[in-house]
Design a protein. Structure first.
Length: 89
């Protein structure tokens, strides 16, 4: 028996896509909406870029944000461990 996968139709940058995944359909729609918003934001600041360049720059910006959040998460985890260690002293 195959795994259940959701097939969600979304629109990103005025293009229609079908996203297949196991996540909640509302989550998939929300993520697609965020990607669409990022592309539109970049497009409004950088008029004249073609779709491929907008997509690549959006991906770079999103990965930059992801790396920053991962670094902040690691810092906070270290801080939590230090506070736990102090409590045991």
């Amino acid at each position: 028996m195959g795994e259940f996968k959701n097939r969600i139709n979304v629109t990103i940058n005025d293009q229609h896509y079908t996203i297949v995944g196991e996540d909640n359909p509302e989550h998939i729609r929300h993520v697609a909406h965020l990607v669409d918003e990022k592309l539109k934001e970049l497009g409004s600041r950088s008029a004249g870029l073609d779709t491929t360049r907008k997509a690549i720059l959006t991906a770079v910006n999103v990965m930059h944000e992801k790396v920053q959040l991962e670094e902040e998460n690691r810092r906070l985890e270290q801080e939590i461990q230090q506070l736990k260690h102090k409590d045991h002293e």
